[in-house]
Design a protein around this ligand. Structure first.
Ligand code: GLN
Length: 453
């Protein structure tokens, strides 16, 4: 813990942590040492972790990296983090993310952008860590914690994991409780772990997962021993390669990486088959209707009355308007406006209902594929390697949204997905592969990712 606290202090330039909690960390570490000395302790005893600032932490400021929550100190602990502390983990601090987890580069945070520890060969230009869990990805990649939590609504664990050359897991919707996580799009949000190895993510997920009566969408299923799945044979498994993911303009390097991944799995005894997910091309536009719609509803609670910052006004409506104008950044405002529009009378049927229908078709594509005996689907995690700070954030927002092209389908269908590092591009930046699994079959993903790693 002390070594990690020292490393965090030296690496503040990365802006990965928005709050360091050294006193708490050292007290937790001491308690762990005492337990371990007595031969006691949980499966994570003494392991120092970073927590994405979307998770409510009791008595520790939790902001979602939004101005409107700048002063919010929860009086409760999220279920996922309480599981980590129950199992002995140590909290180093809270990690930066895009404001309300809306973004793909961690450049929309109220606390400023996160910098990746990676650089292009021969260049000092600063690179984005991906988003929205950019602080988590950067901190794990730079060894500023052993593991970290993330949330993934449309790729926010898998895309930054791929950009930072580490492992990130988005479990099946319902596997981890959403209780105590700042809500973005409730039907898509799911918590998951980041770490430097597949095994480490397996150990962390086992602790994070589990039924919680406080989240009605959390499922009452036993949590398997994920660690035991790492290293298990993948012989005879059928792995699908979806032809629709060969998108126009995909760089050759990404194609080559994808082929290499398939070859690795073949060498491990898996059978590679081409599959079709015909509605893939509608996933991104449908996601960018469903997610803002739910966000506009979830974010209605930030009114200056119950939570966070209040800007005084002449009357209550004036106070709401001033508070929300000052409290939300441009990307969040854009989402609230799009979401409100697509839910409005007269537009609901054309946009929101249509997007939900598309979502059902996307889910069915995957079901059809799994019904053919496919155990998992292999895709690239992202359509490119990480880009430079400032390169995409101020232009057409759709440019940024295109980063999520391979990851949002998984959230739309509620499936588990894992991003695993698979090599470097010609400029020396990491590239990742994604494996998509059957509902609640994270174990197969851990076995397959272990074979790629
Ligand atoms: N880039 C996606 C978005 O901005 C991802 C969000 C997420 O997974 N939290 O909506």
């Amino acid at each position: 813990t002390q070594a990690h606290l020292d490393a965090i202090e030296k690496a503040r330039v990365l802006n990965a942590y928005v709050l360091e909690t050294p006193d708490k960390a050292l007290a937790m570490a001491k308690a762990s040492d005492e337990k371990l000395a007595k031969g006691e302790g949980g499966p994570l005893e003494g392991l120092p972790l970073g927590i994405k600032d979307m998770f409510a932490t009791e008595g520790v400021r939790t902001t979602a990296c939004a101005a409107i929550l700048e002063n919010f100190v929860p009086v409760y602990e999220s279920t996922v983090t309480s599981h980590l502390w129950r199992d002995g983990a140590v909290m180093l601090g809270k990690l930066n993310n895009d404001e309300f987890a809306m973004g793909s580069s961690n450049e929309t945070s109220h606390f400023g952008p996160v910098i990746s520890p990676w650089r292009r060969t021969g260049s000092d230009a600063r690179i984005v860590p991906g988003g929205s869990s950019g602080g988590s990805a950067s901190a794990v990649a730079a060894s500023l914690c052993l593991g970290a939590t993330g949330t993934d609504t449309g790729g926010s664990i898998r895309q930054p994991a791929a950009f930072a050359g580490i492992v990130g897991v988005k479990p099946t919707y319902g596997r981890c409780s959403r209780w105590g996580i700042v809500a973005f799009a409730s039907s898509l949000d799911q918590a998951g772990p980041f770490a430097r190895t597949v095994k480490d993510t397996a150990v962390l997920l086992r602790s994070m997962a589990g039924h919680d009566p406080k989240d009605t969408t959390s499922v009452d299923l036993p949590v398997p021993d994920y660690e035991a799945a790492v290293g298990r044979s993948v012989k005879g498994m059928k792995i699908g390669i979806p032809k629709e993911y060969r998108v126009a303009g995909m760089p050759d390097e990404i194609e080559a990486l994808w082929r290499k991944g398939a070859e690795w799995l073949k060498a491990a005894g898996a059978e590679i088959v081409e599959v079709s997910l015909p509605h893939t091309k509608y996933a991104l536009p449908a996601y960018y209707i469903v997610a803002p719609a739910e966000a506009s509803s979830n974010l209605a609670r930030y009114d200056g009355v119950r939570y966070g910052v209040r800007v005084p006004g002449n009357d209550i409506v004036d106070m709401y308007e001033k508070t929300r104008a000052a409290g939300f950044g441009p990307e969040v405002r854009r989402r609230i406006m799009i979401g409100t529009y697509v839910l409005s009378a007269g537009y609901y049927d054309a946009y929101y209902r249509r997007a939900q229908q598309v979502r059902t078709l996307i889910k069915k594509d995957f079901e059809d594929c799994f019904a053919q005996g496919v155990s998992a689907i292999l895709t690239p995690a992202t359509p490119s390697a990480a880009f430079g700070i400032g390169e995409k954030v101020s232009g057409d927002p759709v440019e940024m949204y295109l980063n999520d092209i391979f990851t949002v389908t998984v959230n739309m269908a509620g499936l588990p997905g894992i991003a695993v590092p698979a090599g470097l591009d010609a400029q020396g930046l990491p590239l990742g592969l994604q494996l998509i699994g059957r509902p609640f079959d994270e174990e197969t993903l851990f076995s397959l990712a272990g074979a790629i790693e």
